[in-house]
Design a protein around this ligand. Structure first.
Ligand code: ADP
Length: 188
């Protein structure tokens, strides 16, 4: 079973992703984590990625697809993948479709974690204090939200039209949100 997690920055995708992967024995594929690992390694690519991410922009589709292919090739066990933070635009959605088709797989559903803008801002600024992620400052956050709205929200319609979208209320307690996700997955 392959699932996609969709939602704005600060929606809690990472937290829910861990719980979903434990329950359904999926491999967590977070493009954000993969890119941050690339930055930690250092080198020219890392420096370039850091600049793009701190500006709140999207990394190019070519780099993303490379990083994903590399990850998939070395992580093949378990019962499928949970894609977290990918796809982030229509072209990536098409790339994902092609990639899955080539390994005889499909997406079972796309979980949209819905959270209001005010709550997003509060959460992300408190995360900055706790984790010190350099892309969690206010300016970058606004840019990331803008990028999400212009590039990623068209995916909501895209997946709705092919009947894969499940909207999850992303506010309230972590365990309650998780229960809504489990209900949605099991309903399919
Ligand atoms: P969040 O879930 O808080 O939005 P992520 O950890 O998913 O953050 O991503 C952090 C940054 O990494 C993004 O703002 C973007 O610059 C880059 N990034 C992550 N995934 C992708 C992707 N699929 N395509 C392009 N850029 C990406």
């Amino acid at each position: 079973m392959n699932l996609v997690l969709l939602g704005p920055p600060g929606a809690g995708k990472g937290t829910q992703a861990k719980l979903i992967c434990e329950r359904y024995e999926l491999i967590h594929l977070s493009t954000g984590d993969l890119l941050r690992a690339e930055i930690t390694k250092g080198g020219d690519l890392g420096i370039k990625l850091e600049e793009i991410i701190n500006a709140g922009k999207l990394v190019s589709n070519e780099i993303i697809i490379e990083v994903i292919k590399k990850f998939i090739n070395s992580n093949k066990k378990k019962k499928g993948y949970l894609f977290d933070g990918f796809p982030r635009n229509i072209e990536q959605a098409e790339l994902l479709h092609t990639l899955l088709k080539s390994i005889n797989q499909v997406i079972k559903c796309v979980l949209l974690i819905d959270v209001s803008n005010d709550i997003l801002k509060q959460r992300i600024l408190s995360r900055r204090e706790k984790e010190g992620r350099s892309d969690d400052n206010e300016e970058t956050l606004l840019n990331r939200l803008n990028t999400y709205i212009t590039e990623t929200t068209p995916l909501i319609n895209y997946y709705e039209q092919i009947d894969l979208l499940k909207k999850i209320v992303g506010e309230g307690e972590i365990s309650h949100i998780n229960q809504r996700i489990n209900d949605a997955v099991e309903e399919i």
